[in-house]
Ligand binder design. Structure first.
Ligand code: HEC
Length: 113
C-alpha cells in the first residue's frame, strides 16, 4: 500500500468512527428521554396528568406557569422535587436519585410547552 492509500484508509476509518459515535449518542439520548417519560408517569402523573395540576390549577407544568412561578431550568424543577410546596409529595434522593430527577425535569421542559 502506498502512502496515499494509507491516508485514504485512515480517513475512511476516522469518518466511520465519527458516524458510529454519533449513532450511539443519539440512541442513548432517545433512551434517556423515554426513561424520563416513564419515570414521570410513575411518580408525577397522579397529580400532574398531561402536565396539569389536579390540586393547584395555577401551578401546572406548562411553560407559561413555570415562567410565572420562576421555574427557569431543570435545576429549579429538581429543587421542587426535593422540597415541594403544599400538597405535593416530597421525593428524597433515595426514592428518586439525582439522575432520575434530572431525566424527569428534562422531560417536563421538553414536553409541556
Ligand atoms: C400528590 C400530588 C403531587 C405529586 C405526586 C407531584 N406533584 Fe408536583 N405539585 C403538586 C402541587 C399541589 C403543586 C403546587 C405546590 C405549591 O403550591 O407550591 C405542585 C407543583 C409542582 C411544580 C411547580 C409548578 C409551577 O408551575 O409552579 C413542579 C415543577 C412539580 N410540581 C413537579 C413535580 C414532579 C416532577 C413530580 C414527580 C416527581 C411531582 N411534581 C409530583 C402536587 C404533586
Amino acid at each position: 500500500m502506498n502512502n496515499w492509500q494509507k491516508m485514504a484508509k485512515m480517513s475512511l476509518i476516522m469518518v466511520l468512527s465519527v458516524a458510529v459515535v454519533a449513532a450511539v449518542r443519539s440512541t442513548t439520548l432517545i433512551a434517556e428521554q423515554s426513561r424520563g417519560e416513564a419515570e414521570f408517569i410513575e411518580y408525577c402523573t397522579e397529580c400532574h396528568f398531561n402536565g396539569g395540576n389536579i390540586i393547584k390549577s395555577t401551578k401546572t407544568l406548562s411553560e407559561k406557569d413555570r415562567v410565572t412561578n420562576g421555574i427557569k431550568n431543570a435545576g429549579d424543577i429538581i429543587r421542587i422535587i426535593r422540597n415541594p410546596g403544599e400538597g405535593m409529595t416530597r421525593f428524597d434522593d433515595k426514592t428518586l436519585p439525582d439522575n432520575d430527577a434530572r431525566r424527569i425535569a428534562e422531560f417536563i421542559i421538553k414536553t409541556f410547552k
